[in-house]
Ligand binder design. Structure first.
Ligand code: IFM
Length: 433
């Protein structure tokens, strides 16, 4: 293992962890997931999750003590707008307090506006399938921006649009549990793209110095046999839908509506041309065999651990010409040596990308503590910190200490500094209204 002091990252690099409201807060009774959970239409309930809604200050103390100087969280839209056009001031106040708590601890907030969950009323009227979803989301963003834009420099509008469209409208695993609804998935993706653009504009009207991006799931997709035309074609189509399409839907020049891109990287997908019905025909199937060079390793969720893929996707998305931020990267495992190896190898890949000139602003591990992992419930343990759900006891894992050592050695940063523009404190805080 490389000595942690040997890692070198630019001054001002952001280090921390990412979370999402429904996965950590607990008691999000007004969103679509909760309704489906309570109706027994999803395999697990979120319940009180990590009780982070009440315990955010303690959790931020812990994150700070682990060397974090940044933290990603999401706002729960269903709390802020429990009924159409009705704004819950106390909830806006809550999130203002959450953000202030981060700032008091010297941690940069990275705030997501939409992370998979929708207010129940919004879902009931057709959710993101409807064209007016964009206007309704913009109305929410306007309220949020009016209250919080002075305190937040980094916004992520939508988390993983392609993942949301896939699981909610194609595989049918997530609310509204629609299967093979391809047209609906395309409409949803389109509206999420429009919603991003609308939010981008609103946030900039409120604060010209803000940095607005979206968090994009970026699997590293390669053909199983590069010599096979069929494998290459399947991999290309899969890559297009997962990695390219969400950007094409944003604007003719995506960089015009993105100040940075959030990279959520977990795994490689080795694609072999599909036989059989449905999506496999178009997008192939994943090859899990060991005939691609070094032995492969898969996590208990079946995701391939492949650190060079992080460097590859950073190089690829770096070509958009805007800064990048690793807004998610992590592993669900019960093997702590494996978690540490995963983190270390991905930090090496990240460092190589940065050294190669890739404009990366920071690294946010997924996730701070074990939480409600959607249809996997409490079984998939991604946390830097172990959570005992019965007692709510938090215990940092070895990987948390590894990240802490790298972060603390690099927060001051070696000489060299960032080569890309980041708004300094000056343009920030004095919101233009
Ligand atoms: O937990 C999720 C998160 O909500 C979005 N990105 C992937 C994570 C791990 O599955």
């Amino acid at each position: 293992m490389k000595a942690t002091s040997e890692f070198q990252f630019p001054a001002g690099f952001l280090w921390g962890a990412a979370t999402a409201s429904h996965q950590v807060e607990g008691g999000n009774t007004r969103n679509d997931w909760w309704l489906y959970e309570e109706a027994g239409r999803l395999p697990h309930r979120s319940g009180e999750a990590c009780r982070h809604y009440e315990w955010f200050e303690r959790d931020f103390d812990l994150a700070r003590s682990l060397g974090h100087n940044a933290h990603r969280l999401s706002l729960e839209w269903s709390r802020i707008e429990p009924r159409p056009g009705e704004w819950d001031e106390a909830e806006l106040e809550h999130y203002a307090a959450v953000i202030a708590a981060l700032r008091e601890r010297g941690m940069e907030p990275v705030v997501t506006l939409h992370h998979f969950t929708n207010p129940a009323w919004f879902a009931a009227r057709g959710g993101w399938e409807r064209a007016d979803s964009v206007r309704i989301f913009a109305r929410y963003v306007t309220q949020v921006a009016a209250r919080l834009s002075g305190q937040v420099r980094f916004w992520l509008t939508i988390n993983e649009p392609s993942v949301y469209a896939k699981y909610a409208y194609v595989t049918g695993d997530w609310p509204p549990l629609r299967r093979h609804a391809w047209l609906a998935a395309a409409r949803v993706l389109w509206h999420l793209g429009r919603a991003h653009v609308a939010a981008y504009r609103i946030l900039h009207v409120h604060n010209a110095a803000t940095m607005v991006g979206l968090a994009h799931s970026t699997p590293y997709v390669v053909p199983c046999d590069p010599g096979s035309r069929a494998d290459r074609a399947a991999a290309r189509r899969r890559d297009f839908v997962l990695n390219v399409l969400p950007f094409r839907l944003l604007a003719l020049r995506p960089a015009a509506v993105l100040d940075f891109i959030g990279i959520n990287y977990y795994a490689r997908q080795v694609v072999r041309a599909g036989r059989g019905p449905g999506t496999a025909q178009l997008f192939g199937t994943e090859c899990r065999e060991n005939h691609h060079g070094p032995p492969r390793s898969f996590t208990p969720l079946g995701w391939e651990v492949y650190a060079p893929g992080l460097q590859a996707v950073l190089a690829r998305f770096g070509r958009f010409g805007v800064p990048l931020m690793v807004t998610e990267n992590g592993i669900a495992t019960n093997d702590e040596a494996e978690r540490s190896r995963y983190l270390e190898s991905h930090l090496q890949a990240l460092e190589a990308a940065v050294r190669g000139g890739c404009p990366v602003l920071g690294y946010l591990y997924w996730t701070l503590m074990d939480n409600y992992e959607w249809t996997e419930g409490r079984n998939a343990r991604f946390g830097l910190v172990a959570l005992d759900f019965a007692t709510q006891q938090r215990t940092p894992r070895p990987a948390a200490l590894l990240l802490q050592r790298v972060a603390e050695t690099n927060i001051a940063g070696p000489a060299g500094g960032c080569q890309y523009p980041v708004p300094g404190p000056d343009g920030f805080g004095s919101a233009e209204k």
